[in-house]
Write a protein that binds this ligand. Structure first.
Ligand SMILES: C[S@@+](CC[C@H](N)C(=O)[O-])C[C@H]1O[C@@H](n2cnc3c(N)ncnc32)[C@H](O)[C@@H]1O
Length: 240
């Protein structure tokens, strides 16, 4: 397991939150396991593929992901909270999995291998709302790679009691409420084509699909205006 936890950015709120939740986390998540299973299926993983698990927490997705990519495949799992990823490390070593690599780092600057086939963002709102994290992950995916993202979202305004529950759960899980109306939007802004499904009265979503079948821009700012006024990726902004 690599240890790159010395990230200097401001992720302290999230780390503190999960430091305290780590030991009861799996129990708290148990009722929502059906969403994890559904989201992993949406990734459509194939044997031999390489998949990222961003914000892997205690590693609850690892077995599903590693089974889907098989012995020849590879799971690279990243989390910035030492207490959470320590539990993932125990899970991996107890099970003797050899095709899972754990990285303790903020996703924004985690050392990722290039050309992965898929990225899994399960219940990681803070990561999806971080432009640096999303750009960094997408730069390390193959053109046409699969994506699945899940999490809380605001539901319709007239379902106020349900939105109160979303707020309650969000307050224990995320450090920033921005983007809760459509948390998958940062992936779409990078050109991802996603299908969005919702469950539990629209309070949880599963967004899945693909990144564009062309190279990712070097940066989300690598845009230029064209004659029709629309902003498009500059042709020379793609990695060779
Ligand atoms: C709600 S938990 C989800 C854990 C796991 N994906 C699951 O489904 O059980 C959110 C996780 O994201 C991690 N996290 C939040 N922001 C992060 C960031 N910028 N980089 C790495 N990990 C982050 C937290 O430490 C926490 O373990």
């Amino acid at each position: 397991m690599r240890d790159d936890s010395a990230h200097s950015g401001g992720h302290d709120v999230s780390r503190a939150m999960y430091r305290w939740r780590a030991f009861s986390y799996d129990l708290q998540l148990a009722p929502y396991e059906f969403i994890r299973h559904h989201a992993v299926q949406r990734l459509q993983l194939q044997p031999g593929q390489r998949v990222f698990d961003l914000g892997c927490g205690t590693g609850m997705s690892l077995d599903l992901l590693r089974q889907a990519v098989g012995e020849q495949g590879h799971v690279i799992a990243v989390d910035q909270c030492p207490e959470m990823i320590a539990l993932a490390r125990s899970r991996v070593s107890q099970a003797g999995w050899t095709n899972v690599e754990l990285v303790c780092a903020a996703v924004e600057d985690a050392p990722l291998p290039d050309a992965a086939d898929a990225a899994f963002f399960h219940l990681v709102h803070d990561i999806l709302q971080s432009p640096q994290a999303v750009a960094h992950v997408l730069r390390h995916l193959k053109p046409g790679a699969r994506l699945a993202a899940t999490g809380l979202k605001w539901t319709a305004p007239w379902l106020a009691p349900w939105n109160a529950l979303v707020g309650l759960f969000a307050a224990q899980s995320i450090s920033n409420f921005d983007g809760l109306a459509a948390p998958w939007q940062p992936l779409v802004d990078h050109g991802a084509e996603l299908q969005v499904e919702t469950v539990l009265m629209g309070t949880l979503y599963v967004a899945s699909g693909t990144v564009p079948p062309i190279r990712q821009p070097r940066s989300s700012h690598a845009l230029h205006a064209v004659d029709d006024g629309a902003a498009r990726p500059a042709a020379n902004a793609y990695r060779a």
